[in-house]
Write a protein that binds this ligand. Structure first.
Ligand code: MLT
Ligand code: MN
Ligand code: ZN
Length: 291
């Protein structure tokens, strides 16, 4: 299995267009690398690739990734489709970038598919896609040789679907397994808390990319002026996940979905030093992982 980490930032990216916070200013000044919104590309056979989430930065991410370039025919693409961990805008707006490509498959939970009904209606006028409902804890095969399983991890729903009566789970983690190598990848960019069973999933994975949105439980307040907003955003802070991750030294552990307020973005910060000392990584966009 080959994985390209297309993006590592939370909604808005780093720098975010309307944000003058310290980390965003740092990137504009060239002191830290820019980051696009979180997404992966995964493949079992090196020719058929699956995107995990489709961020609004997808066009730039595809252009920066030679393995995802179109060809050999004028409109051929190695992109077979998309798996969605949820229906948040930073994970689905990139579907519009893919519009018009025939025959893609989009896998998502029933809750996400229902929330996306208006989007699906619009996209259906551009190309015929297969929208496939993912059932938690039921492994299924992806073209290219990978086996994937979704695990429900939270009930956090997108703001635009706040009143939706649809049942859980709204957010899933994906476990990708390559039967040819035995390699296992866990992707969980949206965790409201540390759910039961996540420790076991991290333990059995070779590589785990996990929600590192915020470092502190209340870091968003000073930037947005809204003190209650962060808890409602449904992301457990690194301060709470790092103690859980310390116990899994045999797994390569990487934080992703990093919000632009997060001090770990600064390679020289004490917060980054603490993460690194725990054996957990913060990787740049474009990082390639083979497992
Ligand atoms: C989140 O991760 O909580 C959402 O993407 C927030 C947002 O919609 O920007
Ligand atoms: Mn997000
Ligand atoms: Zn910022």
């Amino acid at each position: 299995m080959k994985v390209v980490v297309l993006g590592t930032a939370a909604g808005g990216g780093v720098p975010q267009w309307n944000c003058a916070c310290g980390p965003c200013a740092s990137v504009r000044a060239g002191r830290a690398p820019a980051r696009t919104q979180d997404s992966l590309a995964v493949t079992g056979d090196g020719t058929r690739w699956w995107l995990v989430n489709a961020s609004p930065d997808l066009g730039a991410q595809l252009a920066a990734t030679p393995a995802l370039a179109p060809g050999p025919g004028p409109r051929d693409t190695p992109v077979a489709g998309v798996l969605l961990t949820d229906a948040e805008l930073d994970h689905v707006l990139g579907l519009a970038v893919l519009r018009g490509a025939p025959g893609l498959a989009v896998h998502a939970t029933g809750t996400a598919l229902r929330a996306l009904a208006p989007t699906r209606e619009v996209l259906a006028t551009y190309a015929d896609w297969a929208w496939c409902e993912v059932a938690p804890e039921r492994p299924f095969a992806l073209a290219g040789g990978l086996e994937v399983t979704a695990f429900g991890v939270s009930g956090k729903r997108p703001r635009y679907a706040a009143d939706s009566p649809a049942a859980d789970p709204w957010v899933v983690a994906y476990r990708f397994r390559d039967p040819a190598t035995g390699g296992v990848l866990l992707y969980a960019p949206c965790l409201a808390a540390w759910p039961p069973g996540l420790g076991a999933l991290v333990a059995e994975a070779d590589v785990a990319l996990l929600d590192g949105t915020f470092h502190a439980p209340a870091e968003l307040g000073p930037v947005t002026g809204r003190s209650g907003g962060q808890a409602a955003m449904g992301h457990l802070p690194i301060a709470h996940s790092l103690p859980e991750l310390r116990g899994h030294a045999a797994t390569r552990r990487i934080y992703t979905h990093l919000n632009n307020t997060n001090p770990v973005l600064d390679p020289s910060s004490p917060e980054r030093a603490e993460v690194v000392a725990a054996g957990v990584e913060v990787v740049p966009d474009g990082t390639v992982i083979t497992l």
